[in-house]
Ligand binder design. Structure first.
Ligand code: KIV
Ligand code: ZN
Length: 394
């Protein structure tokens, strides 16, 4: 198959970033107006397709921030969350009316537990509220997304009925969130397959996945939904969000990238901006990224053991499935520690500018191992000290 034929059957997955809305719902995070605009500008550079800038009706400050993001961002749709009530829709329109591509995100819970305890609405009431809200919003917005909150715990028959109502009322995107991060990848994919099988007109709208990480499966669930045929994923930078967080954008992006031809899907992301975006979000939210975090942790491209370092020096694909350069880092790190081998040690000496004989390397390598037994990570300064000490005494 030539590249033209391949492209023809490639699907482009819409990336809906909710760092500024669901991400900001992380306990302890409160972004200022300026910080929101700074992150939104970076998300635009990263190439996300939709930026959910906030929940305009939740506070005057959020309305202003959504309005400013909408004013500044030109190359992505800017979105506000809204409950399925007129007051919220009015606030969202107030914030978004000057946007290049305004996008409304309406939601209403559909699961039995939410209907009974939170909403106190029966099934008919839920359906009529969805219809009323979308019908009302249509006079302002042409891009309307409807989310069936807690779709993952909703009876499938009822879920299909609600989706049918939303499509007939004019929703262009249907999002089925796993709000409480309960489902497994097979279960989540099956829900989408069932909806695709049963709901007439489903091929006229974009289906969207929105996963939470309560059981550590948000990214796996999002990928399973892509395999089931959906066209949009909702995610946050560094996976920040309510409770255990949302699906991490950078993980989804690189999972797609590393199997693009197998999945036959791609994104419009500028992957080289991933690292910079991750650092910025971490700094401005105050949410630390653990060293072993996939893709953006400081250890994600660091190799310590001698066997791994030796493999890396011969061919980096032995231990790297993607390059650090592909996410905007300059290089992989070979970390010298007690598991490191002579090969990596010698390589480091050359990098530090020392021309040493095999005998000198052998001697220094023994001294290095003694030090590494006492110290977790050996820095360049430690190595320089070892060499200088040897020179003084020889
Ligand atoms: O997790 C969720 O269900 C949400 C909705 C508002 C889409 O964030
Ligand atoms: Zn959510």
């Amino acid at each position: 198959m030539n590249s033209k034929e391949r492209k023809r059957i490639m699907r482009t997955i819409t990336i809906f970033d909710t760092t500024l809305r669901d991400g900001e719902q992380s306990p302890g995070v409160n972004l200022s107006f300026r910080e929101k605009v700074e992150i939104a500008t970076q998300l635009e550079k990263l190439g996300v397709n939709v930026i959910e800038a906030g929940f305009a009706a939740s506070s005057a400050g959020d309305l202003e921030a959504v309005r400013e993001v909408a004013r500044v961002v030109k190359n992505a749709s800017v979105c506000s969350l809204s409950r399925s009530v007129k007051k919220d829709i009015d606030c969202a329109w107030e914030a978004l009316k000057d946007a290049e591509s305004p996008y409304l995100h309406l939601f209403l819970a559909t699961s039995p537990i939410h209907r009974e305890y939170k909403l106190q609405m029966d099934k008919e009431k839920v359906k009529s509220r969805v219809c009323e809200a979308i019908t009302y919003a249509k006079q302002f917005f042409s891009e309307i997304q409807f989310s069936a909150e807690d779709a993952g715990r909703t009876e499938i028959d009822f879920l299909c009925e609600v989706i049918d109502v939303a499509i007939k009322a004019g929703a262009k995107v249907i999002n089925l969130p796993d709000t409480v991060g309960y489902l497994t990848p097979c279960e989540y994919a099956e829900m989408f397959r069932e909806v695709i099988r049963r709901v007439p007109g489903i091929d006229q709208v974009r289906l969207s996945a929105h996963c939470h990480d309560d059981l550590g499966m948000a990214v796996a669930n999002s990928l399973a939904a892509i395999e089931a045929g959906i066209g949009q994923v909702e995610c946050t930078i560094n996976g920040i969000g309510e409770r255990a967080g949302n699906a991490a954008l950078e993980e989804i992006a690189m999972a797609i990238k590393t199997r693009e031809s197998f999945y036959k899907v791609r994104t419009t992301l500028n992957l080289k901006e991933i690292h910079r975006t991750s650092r910025m979000v971490s700094k401005l939210t105050g949410m630390f990224v653990p060293g072993n975090k996939a893709v953006v942790g400081t250890n994600a491209f660091a190799h310590e053991s001698g066997i791994h370092q030796d493999g890396m020096l011969k061919n980096r694909e032995t231990y790297e499935i993607m390059t650090p350069e592909s996410i905007g880092l300059s290089e992989s790190r070979l970390v010298l520690g007690k598991h490191s081998g002579r090969h990596a040690f010698k390589d480091k000496m050359v990098q530090l500018g020392y021309e040493l004989s095999e005998g000198q390397i052998n001697h220094l390598f023994v001294r290095f191992k003694e030090l590494a037994d006492r110290k977790k990570e050996i820095t360049d300064y430690d190595l320089i000290a070892l060499v200088e000490e040897k020179m003084v005494h020889s």
